[in-house]
Design a protein around this ligand. Sequence first.
Ligand code: GCB
Length: 615
Amino acid sequence: MRKGSIGLAAFLLSLAGAGHAATLAAGDLRPATSLDGAWHYSVDPYRDGEAGFHGGEPGPSSRRYADVDVEAAMKADPTALYEYDMDQSPVATLPSSWLTHAPEMRHYQGLVWYERKFDAHPTMGKRQFLRFGAVNYRATVWLNGKKVGAHEGGFTTFAIEVTGVLRPGENRLVVAADSQASDTTLPPPVTDWENYGGITRSVRLIETPATFIDTMWVRLTPDGRISADAQLNGPQAARQTVTLRIPELHATIGGKTDANGKWSGSIGVPSQLQRWSPETPKLYDISVVSGGDTLADRVGFRTIAVKGAQILLNGKPIYLRGISVHEEEIGANPSRTITPQAAHDLLALVKDGLHGNYVRLAHYPHSEVMTREADKIGLLVWSEIPIYWRVAFDNDAVLAKARTMLAEEIERDRNRASIIIWSVANETPVSAPRTHFLETLADDAHRLDASRLVSAALLNDRTTRDGHAEMVLNDPLVSHVDVVAINTYNGWYTSDKLADVPGITWRVPADKPLVFSELGADALAGFHDPKTMRKESEDYQAEYFRQTLKMADKIPTLVGMSPWVLKDFRSPRRQHPVFESGWNRKGLISPTGQRKEAFGVLADYYAQKAAEAAK
Ligand code: GCB
């Protein structure tokens, strides 16, 4: 860690200003009872279950969260009135956005109630938690009629303790999921992707000892040691023995926690350590043991650094052969349901289809299923938080929210060797409040995780030099990032002739690595127009790639790119009735996986780059 670094728990504590609750952020592999599957759902556009018609508590007829068997109650008392019955509401299979539950849900944004009953067998003296992979965007959770917790932010995991509320036998779990965006949500209401409301990632019931290992972090540090941290939670957290083992390396790191239950330790690198890379995505089983608890993971070890304008993976310069990806599975009607197979299908296309070694997981933290698959398959990852376009940068509460999201993202995913870059924003209009906001986030990312690089996708100015277009980077944020990243669309959103694109020059810092975090053009799969080469044709998109790649080849500091985008994705902004119909068509494949001509152009380019790198 860098000087002045603080532990994540302490950091979250300082943000929350209250006792730091358990997060189970590193707990996706813990033994658990899955609560995925059939749930009842009920839409609530007027928020009847949140407040009475004159405000205040909702009346008994509207309390969707109450622990009441509505049908039995109405039968038992003919005067009883209920205007909901979760037990008899329609059923959907979770995790999934509600947008695909039924045709009438397709464009619904707002509040939806979910309910499921499940049996539990809580062990006396142990603790129980509900761990949600993600609920987009706000979640309020009731168990057996009692409100047990809430969370804001659609893309990070959270845990809610239910010890004492969970009962032996049948339990009633109710989640109010609210997708309503506002000026103070992250992202704000206008983006260029679908707002997939709902319980979009797994729900698990986890039982732990009274004192347990809440989070842990193990990695290869820039100074060449294996370092580990763990945070215990519970009455016996202080001065406890902690042991981390990597059996395959015969390595053990041990020690005792401090007064706050935090432990750190490190060892020199075992000589037989095989470093993780896209070519050799070697993962090691590790386990952390403390008291009666064990937390297991599979972790790779690698270093990432910048030197001048180079990015060094394990000490060697690397070119990032990437593509951007939204969290949307391949298929005609995606629902943001990222199973291991769905993640594999997307990432295998990048690795094997495009000959890539890198993905930009846009524009928010993706499912942990995806980042685990990236570790396994061998793809470097850019991960980001949804600080996108017109955020309320002058609002301190929004900044606090963004800092929490970034901390939650890092806490969940810092054991993934694949992730090399934390990005703090995308295409944000430059202003003093915005730059202060983003500098705060970049500093947080550096402080919380000195083992990775920090970036942000920026925009550039345009000028004319000697009769040709020149792109100039004039963004004060550059001094706070390790990697300069720019989204560029000359020849798509501009009227530049494609033949002129290779002549465009770039004025960017000479001493920092540059990546194109986006470049791209739309094409409707199957639409060809080689004669006029009009926009939206596969021919135009392919030619856009050829010419833009020629331009890229002339930029000495360019060390990689993640063109926009692997697959056509849902975007309510895109409503051309012939070409778009609610989809952003910049994919190299169609929603169902049909490859466009540009796929081959980029795959050939990357195959050549890969061959050069292997020399
Ligand atoms: C961008 C945005 C991305 C959009 C893309 C587009 O610059 O970062 O979210 O989807 O352009 O297609 O315009």
